[in-house]
Design a binder for this molecule. Structure first.
Ligand code: AP5
Length: 208
């Protein structure tokens, strides 16, 4: 098997679905957003450069992202491919990716813009294990996170103002990738405006 791209607007459910299909594919989740947040937290040079873009909801420059990816796919767990989450997001990123690894599927989670703000503004993540929750649509169970030590984390860029900038970056710079991947026969859209488990079922079917 090669690598998979999970594609969609901010808050579409890429991270949620990656966590659910990871055990079926055996491919590690590679989230450029998570890698950038880790770099910001460390205070590394990449983190310092990325922070101002992320805080305002703009895309981080391609050369920074490609440097992260080129390094990540040399790790031992990436030898059979990976599941990209939030990458590529521009045509130059997709072109560069074609020279780095074989992509077998681009799984696109379609969600209308009017759903995005409520999804993003209700999101929390367990700081211990990374499981993604939603205050209304996927709440933390009363018994707590399945990892046993729930620590609530909310992202700084998960606010109604920044999400509008993220959405316009998606429409201007990322959505043209749909036609680009369709033209090479890799693009598989699914309706993401449904129950989380139904979407997982469709994604797994596409991978079989
Ligand atoms: P990133 O971290 O990638 O953020 P994003 O693309 O905006 O995506 P999200 O993580 O917000 O959403 P998601 O689709 O994973 O949704 P989730 O599953 O959490 O990027 C952050 C920033 O980093 C960017 O703005 C940019 O600055 C930079 N960056 C990252 N990659 C880059 C790149 N390649 N190039 C340039 N810059 C880059 O779900 C959201 C919520 O909805 C959750 O609460 C979840 O529980 C809920 N939910 C999920 N599915 C459903 C459902 N079916 N029904 C109801 N609720 C649902």
């Amino acid at each position: 098997m090669g690598s998979i791209v999970l594609f969609g607007p901010p808050g579409a459910g890429k991270g949620t679905q990656a966590q659910r299909i990871m055990e079926h594919t055996g491919l590690p989740q590679v989230s450029t957003g998570d890698m950038l947040r880790a770099a910001v937290k460390e205070g590394s040079p990449i983190g310092l450069e990325a922070k101002s873009y992320m805080d305002r909801g703009a895309l981080v420059p391609d050369d920074v992202i490609l440097g992260l990816i080129e390094d990540r796919i040399t790790h031992a767990d990436a030898v059979n491919g990976v599941m990209f989450d939030g990458f590529p997001r521009t045509i130059p990123q997709a072109e560069a990716l074609q020279n780095l690894t074989e992509i077998t599927h681009v799984l696109a989670i379609d969600v209308p813009d009017e759903r995005i703000v409520e999804r993003i503004c209700g999101r929390s993540t367990c700081g211990t294990c990374g499981t993604v929750y939603h205050d209304t649509f996927n709440p933390v169970p009363p018994s707590g996170c399945s990892c046993g030590s729930y620590v609530e984390k909310r992202r700084k860029d998960d606010n109604a103002d920044t999400v509008l900038t993220r959405l316009s970056a998606y429409h201007d710079q990322t959505s043209p990738l749909a036609d680009w991947y369709d033209a090479i026969g890799l693009f598989h859209p699914v309706n993401g405006d449904r129950d989380i488990a139904e979407i997982t079922e469709d994604l797994l079917e596409l991978l079989n």
